[in-house]
Design a protein around this ligand. Sequence first.
Ligand SMILES: [Zn+2]
Ligand SMILES: [Zn+2]
Length: 64
Amino acid sequence: MPKWNSCPSCGHRPGSGLFSGNWFPVYQCKKCRKTFCHKCGLRNGEECPSCGSREKQKVGEVYR
Ligand SMILES: [Zn+2]
Ligand SMILES: [Zn+2]
């Protein structure tokens, strides 16, 4: 599973907000293939910010 040091979509980095640990998961929407994290997704990452779908899969992790 890929590891990044910032969200590939919005550039958010670990260390603040909901996930205050040193990592957070990145998801990809199964409908439109948009990648997003808890910061750039809707409802803390529960819904795709592009199409609003809740059908998503985890595609990687962002580490500090
Ligand atoms: Zn993001
Ligand atoms: Zn979508």
